[in-house]
Ligand binder design. Structure first.
Ligand code: SF4
Length: 374
């Protein structure tokens, strides 16, 4: 079973905090699409007849893509592969692109899950993030999508400059009132070379410190759990099994193919597990889309072990302690490490497996690092 990802590296403008690979030249959409078709056809020819369970259009801003391009790309995939009856087809979308009947067109084209980049329902926070939609556009998009699509997610960002606990509580209240089946919560991160980084360095804005971030994260866990959401990954919450099938497949180390510049793939070929990444430059991608991969690595035993530890902890499905002991050079010392983490309130044990506590979720990668370090 395969999952597919398409990276659509276009945005109207760059948000102040964003360091993703993207371009703002809309005139390149059409040549990019032609290159995407060439890459897809060439690579999928090796996977003819395979079953596809999830497709994710990410970016960038995939909602800038004409609906006719999405349909045509899906047709191309369908000509090579079969879709499972419950295939999940997700489009990441910005609220300002979802008016005027666009949602109906996307739905008719086969998109059955929308992931809406709302980020906040607070106008001050939206301005601080440099987002181009309004609170009303966010609310309207989320409401209409909730009525139309099989599954809908909204992204929220907390810990923006000068954010108060009350502002965050209001964002969470607005979100649970919408009763959507999936919510992602991200902590604002100040990445080098972004406008936000320059503003923080100059002292023009201040971002909340680690203690405040932890409080805001715990507020999110409390409000969302209190409204019936299951916390199934560090940043992700869902009800009634509405988790992101694509993301979960990646975290569970199932195979996926990524198309477009900077897209990653995980391929299982016989006994080998391969990580591959495309070039992060649109011009080079468009010049030779059939040979877009510039990174290729066959994972060693130890790399597989590390990935399994880091990813299993993030999705909190219970890390088998026997597996941890076997793969770790520390062997018997692992019991002491686990005891230390347990005493700090970060993990707990159940049925021979290790789980993160709510507090542990905040430090998932650090905990995984501790468990595999010597
Ligand atoms: S819309 Fe998303 S991808 Fe585009 S600039 Fe903003 S944060 Fe980055």
């Amino acid at each position: 079973m395969l999952s597919l990802y398409v990276h659509i590296p276009f945005c109207r403008t760059r948000c102040v905090y964003c360091d993703f690979y993207l371009v703002t030249r809309q005139d390149l959409l059409e040549p990019f699409f032609q290159a995407l078709l060439v890459e897809t056809e060439a690579r999928l020819s090796r996977f003819k007849g395979r079953s596809v369970k999830a497709i994710h259009f990410g970016g960038g801003t995939p909602s800038l893509f004409p609906v006719s391009y999405l349909s045509r790309w899906l047709e191309l995939v369908h000509a090579c592969c079969t879709f499972t009856p419950d295939v999940e087809i997700t489009l990441e979308a910005n609220p300002e692109d979802l008016g005027g009947g666009r949602m109906f067109e996307l739905h008719a084209a086969g998109i059955n899950r929308l992931s809406i980049g709302v980020q906040s329902f607070n106008q001050r926070k939206l301005a601080a993030l440099g987002r181009s939609h309004t609170r009303e556009q966010g609310l309207q998009a989320a409401r209409t999508a909730g009525d139309l699509f099989q599954s809908v997610s909204v992204d929220l960002i907390c810990a923006v400059p000068d954010e108060t606990r009350d502002e965050w509580a209001s964002d969470l209240r607005d979100t649970v009132t919408l009763q959507l089946p999936h919510v992602s919560v991200y902590m604002l991160s100040v990445e080098p070379k972004t406008r936000l980084h320059r503003s923080v360095s100059r002292g023009d804005v201040t971002v909340p410190g680690e203690d405040v971030q932890a409080t805001l994260y715990e507020d999110a866990l409390g409000t969302l759990a209190g409204s019936g959401y299951q916390h199934y990954e560090v940043s992700n919450f869902s009800v009634d099994g509405h988790h992101s099938r694509y993301n979960l497949a990646c975290w569970m180390r199932e195979p996926y193919l990524g198309f477009g510049p900077s897209a990653h793939s995980f391929i299982v070929d016989g006994g080998a597990e391969i990580r591959q990444a495309n070039v992060s430059l649109l011009s080079r991608y468009m010049a030779d889309p059939q040979n877009a991969a510039t990174f290729y690595e066959v994972l060693s035993e130890n790399e597989r072990f590390l990935e399994q530890v880091f990813l299993t902890l993030r999705i909190n499905r219970g890390l088998d302690i026997g597996f941890l002991r076997k793969g770790n050079k520390l062997g018997h010392c692992i019991a002491d490490k686990i005891e230390e983490l347990r005493a700090s309130g970060l993990v707990f044990e159940e049925g021979g497996k290790l789980f993160l506590t709510s507090k542990g979720f905040l430090f998932a990668d650090h905990i995984a690092g501790e468990l595999v370090s010597d």
